[in-house]
Ligand binder design. Sequence first.
Ligand SMILES: Cc1cc2nc3c(=O)[nH]c(=O)nc-3n(C[C@H](O)[C@H](O)[C@H](O)COP(=O)(O)OP(=O)(O)OC[C@H]3O[C@@H](n4cnc5c(N)ncnc54)[C@H](O)[C@@H]3O)c2cc1C
Length: 462
Amino acid sequence: MTTQIGHRAVVLGASIAGLLAARVLSEAYAQVIVVDHDHLPGTAAPRRCVPQARHTHVLIERGQQVLEELFPGFTDDLVARGVPTLDNVRDVRWCLSGHRFPQPESGMTVVSASRPYLEGCVRARVSELPGVTLADRCDAAGLTMTPDHRRVTGVRVIRRADGSAEEVLDADLVVDATGRGSRAPTWLAKMGFESPEEEKVQVGLGYTTQIYRAPAPGLGSDLGVVIGPTPDAPRGGALQLLEGNRFLVTLMGMLGDYPPTDPDGFLDFARTLPIPDLCDVVRDAEPLERPRSFRFPASVRRRYERLSRFPAGFLVTGDALCSFNPIYAQGMTVAALEAITLRRHLQRVTEPHPRTFFRDVAKVIDVPWDMSVGADLAFPDVIGARSPKMRIANAYIPRLHAAAAHDPVLATTFIRVAALVDRPERLMSPGTVLRVLRQNLPGPARRAHHPAPDQVNGVNAP
Ligand SMILES: Cc1cc2nc3c(=O)[nH]c(=O)nc-3n(C[C@H](O)[C@H](O)[C@H](O)COP(=O)(O)OP(=O)(O)OC[C@H]3O[C@@H](n4cnc5c(N)ncnc54)[C@H](O)[C@@H]3O)c2cc1C
């Protein structure tokens, strides 16, 4: 269905959030221009302005469902191009709260592409849409407004060519998707608007990533590894298969415990993880690039929905609105869910109203934000208010993980919630709580689950 709300929408930022916003805007605006100050490569090469893309980037199940909804056949296309697919429980060695999960078939099949490749495929799909133009090397420098400051009328841009002067791109709607460094609060403040309240949770997270030639030594038929940091051992890691016969290993540390980038230090760090799987891989695999690091100081949520005054014709989405601790792999999926929210607003065939849009996306953000911030606040040194509900959850989840180590149903239940397929309440359902209690009881009442050989895929469960 094509609706026509306005002549031109301009999206600032051509990364995942901006591209997905452009996808839905193309159903409602005759022209959609997506500007990005980076060079947008024709291939799936990493980009200078999206440095996080060199590190593990998992598109969780819910995000994949939304990409499929927006681009029918997207998953099959990736598979046809040789991108690995995997069952997110059966094929992945999960170790959470120090407990290795069994690996039953879950039916949650996800594609395992590198972030640059995934973005490149989304970009190719978006650039084929009628009316959509991608303008790279084009810096958004500010907004233009009506004299009474009630409405945004366009964007001031500077094309990054020699001798370029500032120019104005008029627009009926401007969407800011410039990521966590968004300057929208400053632009709005200059126009006399209040800045949105910022909620920040300092996690002092560091990633170091190295890419290797596949196959990963010692992984057998498994296709991924996830080791979550715990309050007692704030280090973790992940192994992700990539297109092009490669895989990456990301090591991570919270609260300033950053993984080193030199080979010996990288291996030593891997050696300290609660299961040896990543260390074994790192020791024997063939590196293809030097390790790179990334620092993520804090999760940040900007509360635009709480502002009492906001100009018409301007929206904010993606990391510019909320940037999550990446260890929970939620950012791209939340950006996709925000695009779906925008689409629902556009289907009303009137210009999206900022306040109702921000209110609705706040509801989309609430669950993943509470999940990730709640889990971060299980670390005693992470500063923030701990509600009674959060304290209960943080006492319960490690017990659930312990029980899941012996119960394939619980393992799948937890991963479905983490993949944003099911709501977190599912973890507190009477059936789930009973299974957790049963496994945590001492003595004979505890029903041991001995994973079948095909559930551990040839490796010993701890
Ligand atoms: C280390 C790390 C690992 C992550 N892992 C995962 C994961 O496993 N799974 C997951 O779902 N998410 C993950 N994320 C989050 C994910 O990267 C983002 O949520 C996702 O990219 C959506 O972000 P975005 O499009 O809003 O912003 P970004 O990806 O940051 O892109 C912003 C875009 O705006 C452009 N831009 C910025 N300023 C301007 C300007 N003034 N003018 C023009 N263009 C501009 C930039 O060039 C860029 O293209 C991770 C994040 C980090 C930091």
